[in-house]
Write a protein that binds this ligand. Sequence first.
Ligand SMILES: Nc1ncnc2c1ncn2[C@@H]1O[C@H](COP(=O)(O)OP(=O)(O)OP(=O)(O)O)[C@@H](O)[C@H]1O
Length: 351
Amino acid sequence: MLANSGRVEPREKDVTQPLLTVKNLSKSFAARGAASAKDSRTIYAVDDVGFHVEHGETLGLVGESGCGKSTTGRLIMRLIEPSEGSVQFEGQDVLSLKGTDLKRLRKAMQIVFQDPFSSLNPRMSVEDIIIEPLVVQGDMNGTDMRRRARQLLDKVGLSSAHAGRYPHEFSGGQRQRVGIARALAPNPKFIVCDEAVSALDVSVQAQVINLLQDLQEEFGLSYLFISHDLSVVRHISTRVAVMYLGKIVEIADKKTLYASPRHPYTQALLASIPVPHPSLRRQRARIGGEVASALAPPSGCRFSQRCPMAEDLCRREAPAMRHLAASHEVACHFAERSGTRAASPKARAVG
Ligand SMILES: Nc1ncnc2c1ncn2[C@@H]1O[C@H](COP(=O)(O)OP(=O)(O)OP(=O)(O)O)[C@@H](O)[C@H]1O
């Protein structure tokens, strides 16, 4: 990675344990727009979530809007505090870190946001934007910081000659490259990419994903790649976690998840990926109904109201996450039955 001198150095890894381990993570919010202080409605945004991220891998986190993906990313980075749970990063208990230890964590974990326009200060040059996290940390002198910014501009496929320009002088894809350079500046090990390519055109998305992959290889980075789009996640992920209404319902290595999804929600999400051929389109199934409210999640399995396979047990008892194989976990009472994606009596054909 770029050391203080700006030299590129390989990263040493302790691969004996995952880089990040999340256990029983939960976050509830007081509902926005509560009518009064007595209005104590609670949003269960993230509920008992657990997963790990290995060194150098990308864990995709997918699910429909509002299912708790961003909240999960922000909790891990301690941008917000959890209601319950634990987060271990390189063996350290993230939630108990204070002072210089927390500062060190802030260097090691970075985030790239969805909208590069609103996340970059329009009144700052890109060089100042990139060095901002370094200024906050105060470990480098001005000359080294500026040298680092220019090297990072080159690394993300822009030119160091662009250092004095402002965000509005760049296209959306270029601005996201600036956001990535800023995230790289403190020499992180882990980056949360929160819908980092969602605002970009498809061809630009592919370029930015390729860039993220190149940087991952060069610097040994790990990513939590948050997206509502399973087809985007497919390109970059090593493993994929699927979230529904605050819960992770399935995690598997990429090949297994896309070839043999076992949660009916994962199956429905996959079936809703657009396909170009009209004859295939007619056989596709879509998820019926609306996502239930995080204010009043259904008892039992949260997907039970929309699930084509739901039985009384599902409405009564929340299924625990369980292993179907070493790298495949699912929270469904009937996962063994749901072998075929197309089997879906309640699913409706679209075309
Ligand atoms: N600060 C907050 N106060 C109240 N509710 C919140 C807050 N932040 C998030 N929520 C709620 O928590 C739930 C999860 O939101 P979150 O942004 O994590 O979902 P998401 O899956 O990332 O969706 P999106 O992609 O649309 O942001 C939503 O119901 C959201 O309205």
